[in-house]
Design a protein around this ligand. Structure first.
Ligand code: AVJ
Length: 425
């Protein structure tokens, strides 16, 4: 355990500052050295080398995160200090065993890097503008706060929501063939929108990657899972990347350029309009050489009842998922949405080939925030998400427009979902 109270208080202060918290909050309990180290993504040996060589030898931040802004530099200084304190306590404790097992100059694994800031603009300003607009809208990523992320996890196992299960069935059946067609053994598996990394590790035995590169909007989402995964797959080098790839896919230099396999499952590309999807695919293409490939999951057009039920399930989980967004928006934009005044809607727009998720005002209502308000008439809607559906041909064409050539497509018996493999055209 850590030494005296002074040390503990100083540690808490640094801990909170490093996490960007202004007010005092208790560190997670119980505070064992091992848990703290794991939380920081540090390994014992790196902390020990800090202890022997002093704070200058500390990693720039835990696990080598590199950030650009001035505020981030302050945080880096705090991380260094935290690392030093941890190291000092490690030295006091003299963990003889770890000294044997870990050479001092072993690289810090896994490695984490944030290549773009997740909050570079003011979300409150954007949100209020979207709500004020004549065609009110809230960007779909505000669905995913803590509650929303859990509700989405539930959605993926609902009887009515077929995509996740259908995609898994395609993998279960076709992965060996998919891996054979792409043949990217010893390459880098780049997992776009990895989140809790629950799909890509299932590919390891088939794809046999040398590097695994989970990418998420915030590197913090990746730390715990990737640290655990790294222990389970010692032979795969893991590099967690935080980047907002819907704007700009920045892949750090540590990721090998040879044999990159970009993995984008779940039909997440359905959230993009076709033109956004095109620029996303162009970005992927620009990061991929001739020896690389893209594996991408697509939800296919099918009868409208099946589609609409998948987004308006009988248990009301998707309705809760959509309505919960209002609570998240209230927190971020200072609005006073009352979820009970709104009704979930999911409609298939055949002209644009997309499911639209909407929130519809049950009666006339006024939404207020500190310096503004927006009145909604009964039945007026806020657009919250698009989920585009493609045919095998329309998606092949989209890939082609972005300079990518389809080399394989795998689907289920009902042709409800498809996985495409594509390479440079
Ligand atoms: C995560 C974007 C793939 O569009 O099917 C599920 C999100 N929204 N139910 C989808 C979602 C409502 C999902 N994606």
């Amino acid at each position: 355990m850590f030494g005296g109270n002074d040390f503990m208080n100083a540690f808490r202060l640094r801990w909170n500052q490093a996490l960007g918290r202004e007010t005092f909050a208790s560190p997670p309990a119980p505070v064992t050295l091992r848990e703290q180290l794991t939380h920081f993504g540090l390994k014992k040996q790196s902390a020990r080398s800090v202890a022997t060589r002093g704070p200058a030898a500390a990693p720039a931040t835990p696990s080598g995160t590199i950030c650009a802004s001035a505020a981030e530099n302050d945080r880096i200084a705090n991380w260094r200090c935290v690392a030093f304190m941890l190291a000092a306590s490690t030295a006091v404790e003299k963990h003889a065993k770890s000294r044997h097992n870990c050479p001092t100059d072993a690289p810090v694994r896994p490695y984490f890097i944030q290549t773009s800031s997740p909050d570079s603009c003011d979300p409150a300003v954007d949100l209020r503008a979207g709500i004020s607009s004549p065609e009110a809208r809230i960007p779909a990523w505000y669905l995913y706060d803590e509650i929303g992320s859990r509700l989405f996890d539930v959605i993926t196992v609902l009887p009515d929501y077929y995509p996740t299960r259908t995609e898994a069935a395609i993998f279960a059946r076709h992965l060996p063939e998919m891996a054979k067609v792409t043949d990217l053994e010893n390459g880098s598996l780049i997992d776009l929108g990895a989140g809790s990394c629950d799909k890509a590790p299932g590919l390891f035995p088939f794809v046999k990657p040398r590097q695994y590169v989970p990418v998420d909007i915030s590197v913090e989402h990746l730390r715990a899972t990737v640290t655990r995964l790294q222990r389970e797959h010692q032979d795969v080098e893991m590099i967690g990347v935080g980047t907002d790839f819907s704007n700009n896919l920045v892949i750090p230099g540590q990721v090998r350029t040879e044999r990159r396999l970009f993995f984008y499952p779940g039909s997440s590309i359905g959230n993009f309009t076709p033109s956004e999807a095109n620029s996303f695919l162009q970005q992927v293409r620009s990061q991929m050489r001739k020896d690389g490939a893209l594996w991408i999951g697509i939800d296919l057009v099918k009868d409208h009842t099946t589609l609409e039920r998948a987004y308006d399930d009988v248990l009301g989980v998707t309705a809760a998922f959509n309505l919960n967004m209002l609570l998240n928006v209230n927190r971020i934009a200072g609005t006073n949405f009352e979820p009970a005044h709104w009704q979930h809607r999911a409609l298939f727009n055949a002209d644009d080939s997309r499911i639209e998720m909407l929130l519809e005002a049950k009666a006339k209502t006024v939404v207020r925030w500190p310096d503004g308000e927006r009145s909604f008439s009964a039945g007026e809607r806020i657009h919250t998400e698009n989920s585009y559906k493609y045919t095998p041909d329309s998606f092949r064409a989209l890939l082609e427009q972005a300079g990518l050539r389809t080399i394989g497509m795998w689907t289920d018996e009902r042709q409800w979902f498809a996985f495409f493999a594509a390479v440079l055209a």
